[in-house]
Write a protein that binds this ligand. Structure first.
Ligand code: ZN
Length: 490
């Protein structure tokens, strides 16, 4: 594969999910899960006589990304109409920006530095556009390739999108994946995009091999699939070239069910789009005041956060980078550190165990954190430090919690992990035994010897691992409580 000189450029489309409304109308931007074609109005349905009204917050989001990506900003914001026929596009044109005569991209000539093969690499950003999302095409009985029919849902039509276009500076599928991950983390840190929402980040990838033509792969929905789709294309194109076939300049679709690329419509050239300024949206001057205001609101970005993690918590560069690559993971780490102050141990467990299992089990990061919240992870570390469990057991508990949804204590005693001498773990069992044996509890309240039966039940439930002295102590404590409560009630 490496024998081919590969050039890759990406167009990343991200929805500004932090906005309340669409780009040019007051329909909600929260369209997911709504019945098809209910989150619409005359404007986002492109009905005659409707007029677009610009969402100023969307422009500020675009400016923030442009500034974070070190772009130069256009003096004028000019919306242009980009024409093409496709069922998801209601007006037969998309309101976007045109980096050519009569138009302007909101920003151009920026860059992102990615970490690849241990060293930094600069990837140039050609331009950024603010534009509207088309509707969504749905393939009800399979994929693009196999579905018997197609449905269309315009709930998404008009959602504010940022289009971020790179120069063809990337040279391998892996590098492309890292670029998307780096950009995603920046967007997450700016609080603009919840990338866990389906379809909030979509990538078109251009790829050419030496001796071939440029092929565009449309609509890839994750960084993992960016890597897969590009790797697939390199094999397909290099095989063709080795057989003396020529590579057509074309657009292909990524079929994310079959994991192959398939030919799509013949690619339009720029003239086909018949760009012209949208007469309904007069140019807006982007004042220095607005730009300064946006600049002042840029929060801590991933680069700065990585540095802070190394400086404040003494983490290795590797750990800091992996944590910060997902904002939600870095937040999780910081929450845990607040509760138990062992950043290196926590960082290692999150990166090497928690994150690995989340990926292996294909969970969303948020769902996994809900199953193992910071207090529970710290609980595990507490049990480790108290020699109740060892590190091997700790590592085994994490996937069990993530697979079963049970809490840490339950997994530890159900799975026979340890001699249970931790009060909180044992208290859970004692509580259960008391609940399940009301008769024995009332016996024990009048006859202290009858407590032995309850101790036996706790031993049985814990499969012999409960510490007997502690069990006794906890049972007496519980029985005293119950005795006092019933005494005062009577
Ligand atoms: Zn609308």
């Amino acid at each position: 594969m490496s024998s081919h000189n590969v050039k890759i450029g990406l167009e990343v489309h991200v929805q500004v999910t932090s906005l309340k409304t669409k780009l040019f109308c007051s329909c909600s931007s929260d369209y997911r899960g709504k019945p098809p074609n209910t989150n619409v109005c005359p404007t986002c349905l492109g009905l005659p006589g409707s007029l677009p009204v610009l969402n100023a917050e969307a422009v500020k989001a675009g400016l923030m990304v442009a500034l974070a990506l070190k772009c130069s900003i256009s003096d004028l914001l000019i919306f242009s109409r980009k024409h093409y026929f496709y069922p998801d596009l209601v007006k037969n044109y998309q309101i976007s920006q045109y980096d050519g005569v009569g138009g302007a991209a909101i920003a151009k000539n920026g860059f992102i530095t990615i970490n690849f093969n241990g060293g930094p690499k600069v990837v140039r950003i050609r331009r950024i556009n603010v534009e509207e999302d088309p509707g969504k095409i749905i393939y009800p009985t399979g994929s693009l390739l196999t579905s018997k029919y197609t449905l269309i849902d315009y709930n998404r039509s008009g959602i504010a999108l940022l289009e971020i276009v790179t120069e063809p500076d990337l040279t391998s599928p892996k590098e492309a994946r890292i670029f998307v991950d780096t950009l995603r983390s920046m967007l997450e840190h700016m609080g603009l995009v919840n990338t866990e929402l389906e379809g909030s980040l979509r990538v078109d990838a251009n790829i050419s091999l030496a001796g071939g033509s440029r092929v565009e792969i449309k609509n890839i929905s994750s960084s993992k699939d960016v890597e897969k789709a590009l790797a697939y294309e390199i094999i397909r194109q290099s095989k063709a070239l080795e057989h003396g076939e020529s590579i057509r300049r074309e657009t292909r679709h990524w079929d994310d069910v079959k994991k192959v690329t398939v030919p799509a419509r013949i690619k339009e050239v720029e003239e086909d789009y018949r760009y012209f300024p949208d007469p309904d949206l007069p140019p807006i001057k982007l004042s220095a005041t607005v730009i300064e205001e946006v600049k002042s609101k840029i929060p801590e970005l991933p680069d700065q956060r990585v540095e802070r993690f190394i400086r404040t918590y003494g983490l290795s560069e590797y750990l800091a980078n992996v944590l910060v690559a997902r904002k939600v993971l870095a937040d999780y780490f910081e929450e845990c550190v607040k509760t138990c102050k062992e950043p290196e141990l926590i960082g290692n467990i999150i990166v090497n165990d928690f994150k690995r299992w989340v990926e292996e089990l294909d969970l969303s990061m948020n769902a996994a954190i809900n199953m193992l919240p910071p207090t529970d992870l710290c609980r595990l570390i507490h049990l480790l430090n108290g020699n109740v469990i060892n590190i091997k057991i700790l590592k085994g508990v994490i996937p069990k919690v993530l697979k079963s949804g049970k809490n840490v204590e339950t997994v530890i005693y159900e799975d026979g992990y340890a001699d249970i001498s931790d009060e909180s773990v044992l208290m859970r069992i004692v509580d259960e035994v008391i609940q399940e044996n009301p008769k024995a509890v009332s016996d024990a309240l009048v006859n202290p010897k009858a407590i032995n039966y309850l101790v036996g039940q706790v031993m049985k439930k814990s499969r012999g691992r409960a510490n007997p002295d502690l069990t006794n102590k906890l049972l007496i404590k519980k029985l005293n409580e119950i005795g006092r409560a019933s005494g005062s009630a009577g």
